[in-house]
Ligand binder design. Sequence first.
Ligand code: G1P
Length: 305
Amino acid sequence: MAQGESRRVRKAVFPAAGLGTRFLPATKAQPKEMLPIVDTPCIQFAIEEALASGLDDMLVVTGRGKRAIEDHFDRAPELERAVARSGKDDLLDLVRQTADLVDLHFVRQKEPLGLGHAVLQARRHVGDEPFAVILGDDLIWSERPAIGQLLAVYERYGTPVVAVERVARERTGAYGIVAVAPEPLAPGVWEVEGLVEKPDPEQAPSDLAVVGRYVLVPEVFDLLAAQGPGAKGEIQLTDALEALRRRRRLVAVEFEGVRYDTGDKLGYLKANVDFALRRADLGAEFAAFLRERVAALSPTEGVRA
Ligand code: G1P
């Protein structure tokens, strides 16, 4: 830990400026962060995870066409009145709760120059404090909130932390990949010896992929500001973290939990199925429906109507 640096993390940054082209046409007129998992927008899970981990100052980095995110976390008087009139108190609670969840701050990324550039937009709000970064596309279901697991490691080692999980070799081109020391510092905690953004499988230093949870230190902002374009011509957070790692220790944590890539169609569908199955109000009936569908599968005909 650099001298005078605090270990108490209060702030969380949520990059949410991406265009969501993988979900067109659904994302033509609404932000991808508002796509629901069953009935809850993806970004709400990320905010709730941060809250459950003790983070209480939240900044969302948005861009054009993202107003619905602000509205979602605001009071909705007309809707509240209409729901109140209908006597559905449980619904009224739901509508109010999202507004009362947290005080959110917003800053705009004016040009889509990459994840690193999006995080750099948080500089003024974050100031001189350590902070968490949560990528809402990576939805994590776990007993202990994922970012909370990283915060515990940050508190213990006093160094920046990234979440990682093992991926199939042929998938390395979709992630930041880390090289780690031969022996872990503790079970599931590794010292990072190198990071590279989206390497081809032949070039990948390992199968440990960065997942969208980070605990960072303000030092990273200078590195981001100096960072030229990297993979895909974008300013990459991974490249600034590699520069940071050359200056000070960076650790990777294999978190406990199941991750869904909701930015990918198949990952999004899997998340919806699993979250529905886990729901007390839907799980049993939905499981019965799925069993029926699977039974109707025939190797030659596929799923029948
Ligand atoms: C971003 C990061 C990448 C990380 C990934 C996790 O990539 O640049 O290092 O592995 O998130 O989801 P993106 O998915 O935005 O292309």
